[in-house]
Design a protein around this ligand. Structure first.
Ligand SMILES: Cc1cc2nc3c(=O)[nH]c(=O)nc-3n(C[C@H](O)[C@H](O)[C@H](O)COP(=O)(O)O)c2cc1C
Length: 313
């Protein structure tokens, strides 16, 4: 398996600097993505928060919006932040996103998407990718996606991340939209085969080694979200046998994580620093005890060093 083919899915509230730091300890090769950031937020926020740290590469910034001029402005700013790629969110179905007319509903506007790509390309010489769904609502016809790929590839997009299910726009929560409707890998594969000159990354419910083994060579990459968040040590199973990383114990991972984040702790609550560690002992006899300790340290703002005294069962 080519280990550079694994991508960590962008997840709001999860794939912040601290979670990415944890994941980078477990794999030098995995491709990282930021949380989704609207163009408006990116333009108006303190860009220090979006600074890329040298060990983070490969890292893409995921932008959401619908106005080419806003993307163009963001693109000129991204240049100074040293991201490796700009990814456009065309998959998020939340009602806020639909009202703002971006995310998944942009599947209906392939010409606008092509314009957005051109506006980014006019500012910065970075690859642009799109993360999208197979279609909208319950229509399993692939023509929306095909038109999107035709027009955006012509505008210069060469990489498509396909969350292999439709997005339901009529008010279904984003959470439900990640399990309903069902996954259709075969349709994603049909798209991949139609465009051999473009790159396709498969996403959605890739939760075990069997599924990874089945699709890793068929697609140009696999993107994994919830499984890695819930069970970060799963990455060690993926990369077993590769030269990416020596096998680390959970204690070593914790130790390295606390060292990595120590220059970034000032002014941050324990919640921000530690909230992504709940899955560290996922499905082990120590899991319950670990979560209890972590809760205490977070809620009572206790010394983080207490975590280093944790003994596995
Ligand atoms: C908490 C959470 C937040 C998410 N935020 C984003 C996001 O910011 N941008 C995006 O494109 N997808 C987002 N997603 C969707 C994931 O990137 C991914 O497409 C989805 O979870 C399916 O992959 P999985 O089954 O491997 O988790 C989010 C998913 C979760 C669980």
């Amino acid at each position: 398996m080519n280990i550079s083919q694994i991508h960590l899915a962008p997840m709001v509230g999860r794939t912040d600097f601290f979670f990415r730091a944890l994941i980078r300890i477990l794999s030098k090769e995995i491709n990282l993505y930021t949380e989704m950031i609207t163009c408006d937020t990116f333009i108006h926020t303190d860009r220090k928060d979006y600074k890329v740290h040298p060990e983070e590469h490969f890292i893409a910034i995921q932008l959401a919006g619908s106005k080419p001029e806003m993307f163009s402005k963001c693109a000129s700013m991204v240049k100074d932040n040293h991201y490796d790629e700009i990814n456009i969110n065309v998959g998020c179905p939340s009602s806020k996103v639909v009202k703002g007319e971006f995310g998944a509903c942009l599947m209906k506007s392939p010409d606008l998407l092509a314009e957005i790509i051109q506006s980014i390309k006019s500012q910065v010489d970075l690859p642009v990718s799109i993360k999208t769904r197979l279609g909208l609502d319950y229509d399993e016809d692939l023509s929306l996606l095909i038109e999107l790929i035709d027009k955006t590839s012509e505008a210069g997009c060469r990489k498509f991340i396909i969350h292999a299910r439709n997005a339901i726009l009529g008010g279904m929560s984003p959470k439900k939209n990640r399990s309903i409707p069902s996954i259709r890998y075969h349709d994603a594969l049909q798209i991949k085969n139609k465009y051999p000159h473009l790159q396709f990354i498969l996403n959605g419910e890739i939760n075990d080694l069997e599924t990874i083994g089945m699709y890793v060579e068929t697609f140009d990459g696999l993107m994994i979200g919830r499984k890695i968040y819930d069970d970060p040590m799963f990455l060690q199973n993926i990369y077993r046998g590769s030269n990416d990383m020596p096998k680390l114990s959970r204690t070593e991972v914790l130790d390295m994580y606390l060292q990595t984040i120590s220059p970034h702790m000032k002014g941050k609550s324990n919640y921000i620093l530690l909230r992504h560690l709940f899955g560290l002992h996922y499905n082990t006899p120590s899991s319950k005890k670990w979560k209890k300790l972590l809760h205490e340290v977070i809620q009572e703002e206790q010394s983080i060093n207490r975590l280093l005294e944790f003994k596995e069962n």
